[in-house]
Every structure is written in structure tokens, then in C-alpha cells.
Design a protein around this ligand. Structure first.
Ligand SMILES: Nc1ncnc2c1ncn2[C@@H]1O[C@H](COP(=O)(O)OP(=O)(O)OP(=O)(O)O)[C@@H](O)[C@H]1O
Length: 599
């Protein structure tokens, strides 16, 4: 419940006085509805169908006095007129209040979405190493949607509470005994419905976990569809999927069964109560028609209020786990924050004069484990030179690059830029000076121009073509019928692997970075495309610091410095030819293996 209260406070902080206007509207609607309904009694009295004596009923006797001396038809018209005016007023208020409610709800949920996404962009890379991506997607989509529904329910609950309170006040004014009787029963029922609310909450938790597993599963399966098909794993995947969807189906049915059971119990109890009450009123207390009518009216107005409060609480119970999930995500983001919104504009890129240094750097992914992914790294990466990092799989090449880019921080030792220790103060400036190209880079389903301009929204066509030329991408772009305005499809599917990679290189160059990092950026390319990118990199040499992770050693022939890594350590440093000539070294060993496999 504390999560709901947290969000209630947040709605309050977010909407301010609009929330109060909304509440006032609710009070007015409740009041008008209450008065309108009670007007039905003198109306029935006037019809003469029932002989209603309203003398002992406070509000009604007052209404009756108003009509003394006025002909019956006029009284009837007046009462009906007032009733219509009240109902019209109520409808107008109701319409405006509903719109206001939706405005508050949607505005707040948008605020939550923006805030959560903003926080996700501001956290450090370590956060993403620990967290499952699909869990975040689930919270940002399904759970945020549930929170939105929960906020709606909460506003409804507030309105139910206010309506009920007003109805109780009116009912108390009309008959204290009868109202107290209903109140006691209502409270008893709400008290007993705690069990339903708790159960609903635990089913909500189960829904949350199932949805999370569903999303993670479906994402993994779709990502691995080639594996599934080529290894004939369809059957086992289908049975896993089938058992999960079965659990989801059962969960929803259980939740609906729970909700409808409690509603049914409420209805049965209320009809029993009305029957018993009517029986005693007629037989024992010889109630008058007006009072009987009152009993009916009060019961029919008050009792549904209790039912709707109870049902609101139960449904709210099932959305509480979503509130908790969103709040937990926000808290985790807060703890892992490395960047503030104000930093976006203020951070300036830096110029690197001498280079980057690692001094006695140790790093491990899990602080509870003794194995280090990097051990005692001491290296100098000179500025405006090309440094290549090679080594067997799992040697720690990507981990070292992540540290140099300030994505991860060393457990021990330090990374220095131009003799200044890389602290959180410089982290962002450093990253602003870096262009990073991974093996499978990210392209949007947009035009070539939009994909390039994401890095520099003010880039002119001239500078765009210049960087395309540098990246050897100008030839294929100029041949496209729509040139820069060509749509490239989801993740750039309408381009070949080589074209995609050259486009990403052009984007990287457009930023005019101080450091260009290529993490196996050419390993998936054919020789022709690889040669094109290599030639492009060659052209860039001397203008920026280039760090390349390469699997194919032929691509780093022209590197100024080669770092050879193995099991988290740098075991050789030198020029390509120098390392190749060290016959017992790992580098010549790797060269040998590659030459053999290419023969
Ligand atoms: N997110 C992670 N969590 C835990 N351990 C990790 C993580 N990423 C990498 N490692 C471990 O750190 C070590 C170095 O991994 P790294 O990815 O840096 O190697 P690499 O040389 O880049 O390998 P490859 O050439 O296969 O990409 C490996 O033992 C790997 O299992």
C-alpha cells in the first residue's frame, strides 16, 4: 500500500490544484445526484399512486411545505423541472470531471514515462550489465500501463469515497437509525473483504511475474529463431510457451473468479439485508409508505457505494505489484545515476593531447567473485594514433574498451586522460569526445539523413556528404533514388551489412570525435567491404585517436601499436611487424592460426 501512497503523493505534487478542482467536481456531482434521487419521493407522493405522508421525514416534509397552496400540476412540473435541472447539472459536471480525471491521469502517466525513460538514460552502464533488458521493457510497457489503470482506479476510488460520504450525510439527515444500520453492515463487509483484497494482490504479483517471463521468453525465442529452426527445436519451445500461456490464462481466470465471487457475495448479502429490513419495518414497526420508500432509496443509493469501494480496493490490490515494480525501477535508477539532465547541454567534449593511460587497473564484473576480467593493466594509448587490441575470445578486450570509454570504473588502479585521473567529473566530457562503433551497430527505421543527424542535429548537407565520403559510403548513397532521404528499414535492413557499417562509420565521423572506437566493427564483413572500411580508417589516421578491436589480424597491419591480451592481462605490446617476429609470442601464434584457417 505504501507504493500506492507514494504515487498518490506524486499525483498530488504533479497536478496540484487541478486535483482539488477534480475533487470539488466529484463532491458537487455526488451532492446533485443525492438530491435528485430523493426528489423522487415527493414526486411519487404527488402522483397519488401511494399515499405518502412525509411529515416525519425531514427533507421531504420541507419540500412538501414549499408546495402548499400550489396546484398539483404546477407542483409536479416544478419537481420534475428541478429534477431535470439537477440531472443536467450533474451530467455537465460529470462530463467535465471525467475529462479532468483523464487529463490528470494521462498527464501524470506521461510524466512518469518521461521521468522513467530519462532516468534510464542517466544511469551508468553497470546498471544494464546487471539488469535483464526485457524486465525493463516490461516495466516501461505493461506495468506502466497497469499503473495508469491503477491511477484511474484510485481516482475512481476517491470519487466513490466522496460520493459515499455525501450519500451518508444525506441519508443520516433523513434517517439516523436506518443509515447507521446500513453503515454497520457495510463496514463489516468491507472488513471481511480484506481477504479478497490480499488474494487479489498476490494474484497481481503472479500476473507481474508471468508477464515478465512471457516478454523475456518471447524476445529470446524471436532472437534465436534461426537456432530454433535450424536445430528443429520448435517442439520444445512450443511446449514451454504453451505451459506459460496456460499459467497466464489460469491467472486471469482466477483473478476474475475472485472479483466476481466477492461481487456476488455482496449482492446476495445486500438483497438478504433489504428483505430482512423491509420485513421488520413493515411487520414490526409498521413503517409508512414514505419511510419504506426512503429505505429503498437509501439502500439502493448507499449499498452500491460500498460495493464499488470494495471492488475498487480489490482491483487496486491487483495493480499494486505494478506500482512497486515501477517504483523499484526508479529507485534503482536513482542509485545508479551518473548523469543529470542539466549535463546534457553543459558538457563539452575534450581534446586529448597526449593520450589515455591505464595504471594498475583491475576490474571484475561481480564484486562478490574473486575472478577479475582485467588484471593489472598498464598501458599508454597515444593520441592521434591507431591502437589495435587483439587476443582470444574472453581475453578482456571489450572490457578494457568499456573502461577506457568510462562505461565501467576500475575496482583498483586508475584510467588517466592527459595525466588527469578519469573521475566522474570528466566521464561525460570524455564520452562526448568518443564515437563508438560496435559489431552490430544501431540504426533507426528512418532516412539516412535522420540516422546521421542524430549525432549532430545541426549538420549541413555538405558535412554529411563529407563524412559519407570519408567512410566510403558516398557511392552507394548517391546511387539510391532518394539519396539521403532513403528510408533504411528496421535496424537498416534495406542495406547490406557493409553499407550499414559504412553508414555507421560516417555517422561516427560526423561528430568529429577525438577518439574513434571500433569494436570488431568489420568482423562480419566480406573482404571487399572490409577493405573499404580499412581504407576509410587509414584516411582518418593522424586526425583522431583510433582504438580497434580486431579478430582478423590482417586488418590491423597499419596500426601504430598492437596490444595483445590474454586472460584479462596485456601480455604483449608493440608494432605489428615487431610482434609478428616474436616467434614465441601469442601474437605470432594467433597469426599462425589465422593463416592456417584461411588456407
Ligand atoms: N556482463 C558481464 N558479466 C559478467 N562477466 C562478463 C560480462 N562481460 C564479460 N564478462 C567476462 O569478462 C571476461 C572478458 O570478456 P570480454 O567480453 O571483455 O572479452 P573479449 O576479449 O572482448 O571477448 P570476445 O572477443 O569474445 O568478444 C570474460 O571472461 C567474460 O566472460
Amino acid at each position: 500500500m505504501k507504493h500506492l501512497l507514494h504515487f498518490t503523493k506524486r499525483i498530488h505534487d504533479y497536478s496540484g490544484k487541478i486535483l482539488y478542482i477534480n475533487l470539488i467536481c466529484m463532491i458537487l456531482i455526488g451532492f446533485l445526484e443525492g438530491v435528485g434521487i430523493f426528489l423522487l419521493i415527493p414526486l411519487i407522493g404527488l402522483t397519488g399512486i401511494l399515499d405518502i405522508s412525509t411529515e416525519e421525514v425531514p427533507f421531504l416534509s420541507w419540500v412538501n411545505e414549499l408546495f402548499i397552496g400550489i396546484p398539483e400540476t404546477i407542483s409536479l412540473i416544478l419537481i420534475l423541472g428541478v429534477y431535470v435541472i439537477l440531472m443536467v447539472g450533474q451530467s455537465i459536471f460529470k462530463r467535465n470531471q471525467t475529462i479532468l480525471g483523464v487529463k490528470i491521469q494521462q498527464g501524470f502517466i506521461r510524466h512518469l514515462r518521461d521521468e522513467s525513460y530519462g532516468s534510464l538514460l542517466q544511469v551508468n552502464w553497470g546498471f544494464y550489465l546487471k539488469k535483464r533488458k526485457t524486465d525493463i521493457i516490461n516495466i516501461m510497457t505493461n506495468e506502466t500501463f497497469n499503473v495508469s489503470a491503477g491511477i484511474n482506479l484510485f481516482l475512481q476510488f476517491l470519487s466513490s469515497l466522496i460520493f459515499t460520504f455525501i450519500q451518508i450525510c444525506i441519508a443520516l439527515y433523513l434517517s439516523v437509525t436506518m443509515t447507521s444500520f446500513i453503515l454497520v453492515f457495510g463496514l463489516i463487509l468491507i472488513f471481511f473483504s480484506r481477504k479478497f483484497i490480499k488474494k487479489s494482490q498476490s494474484l497481481g504479483k503472479e500476473t507481474f511475474q508471468l508477464t515478465q517471463t512471457y516478454l523475456a521468453g518471447i524476445t529470446d525465442h524471436l532472437n534465436g529463431m534461426k537456432d530454433i529452426k535450424s536445430n528443429s527445436l520448435e517442439d520444445s519451445h512450443l511446449s514451454w510457451f504453451h505451459s506459460l500461456t496456460e499459467k497466464m490464462e489460469k491467472n486471469r481466470i482466477k483473478l476474475t473468479t475472485l472479483n466476481t465471487t466477492s461481487q456476488m457475495i455482496f449482492k446476495v448479502v445486500s438483497s438478504l439485508l433489504i428483505a430482512i429490513f423491509m420485513f421488520f419495518s413493515i411487520k414490526m414497526f409498521m413503517a409508512q409508505p414514505a419511510q419504506l420508500m426512503l429505505i429503498m432509496v437509501i439502500f439502493s443509493r448507499l449499498w452500491p457505494r460500498f460495493t464499488s469501494i470494495q471492488s475498487n480496493l480489490e482491483q487496486l490490490g491487483s495493480t499494486l505489484p505494478s506500482f512497486k515494480a515501477l517504483l523499484d525501477l526508479q529507485n534503482e535508477c536513482r542509485e545508479a545515476r551518473e548523469l543529470y539532465k542539466s549535463d546534457y547541454k553543459n558538457i563539452k567534449s575534450i581534446e586529448i593531447k597526449k593520450g589515455l593511460d591505464c595504471r594498475h587497473v583491475y576490474f571484475r564484473y561481480n564484486p562478490n567473485e574473486s575472478t577479475y576480467a582485467l588484471k593489472n593493466i598498464n598501458v599508454h594509448i597515444p593520441s592521434n594514433r591507431m591502437t589495435a587490441i587483439v587476443g582470444p575470445s574472453g581475453a578482456g578486450k571489450s572490457t578494457l574498451i568499456d573502461l577506457l570509454m568510462g562505461l565501467n570504473q576500475p575496482d583498483r588502479g586508475e584510467v588517466r586522460i592527459d595525466d588527469i585521473s578519469l573521475t566522474s567529473d570528466h566521464l561525460l566530457s570524455l564520452r562526448k569526445s568518443i564515437s563508438y562503433i560496435p559489431q552490430d551497430p544501431f540504426l533507426f527505421n528512418a532516412t539516412i539523413r535522420e540516422n546521421l543527424m542524430i549525432i549532430d542535429p545541426n549538420a549541413s548537407d555538405e558535412s554529411i556528404w563529407e563524412s559519407l565520403e570519408f567512410a566510403a559510403a558516398d557511392d552507394f548513397v548517391s546511387k539510391l533514388p532518394q539519396g539521403l532521404d532513403t528510408l533504411i528499414g528496421d535496424r537498416g535492413v534495406r542495406l547490406s551489412g557493409g553499407e550499414r557499417q559504412r553508414l555507421v562509420l560516417a555517422r561516427a565521423i560526423l561528430r568529429k570525435p577525438a577518439i574513434l572506437v571500433l569494436d570488431e566493427a568489420t568482423s562480419a564483413l566480406d573482404t571487399e567491404n572490409e577493405a573499404k572500411i580499412q581504407a576509410a580508417i587509414e584516411r582518418l589516421k593522424g586526425t583522431m585517436t583510433i582504438i580497434v578491436i580486431a579478430h582478423r589480424l590482417s586488418t590491423i597491419r597499419n596500426a601504430d601499436q598492437v596490444l595483445v591480451m590474454d586472460q584479462g592481462e596485456i601480455i604483449q605490446v608493440g608494432e605489428y611487424n615487431q610482434l609478428a617476429s616474436e616467434k614465441r609470442g601469442m601474437f605470432s601464434n594467433l597469426l599462425g592460426i589465422q593463416m592456417e584457417s584461411s588456407m
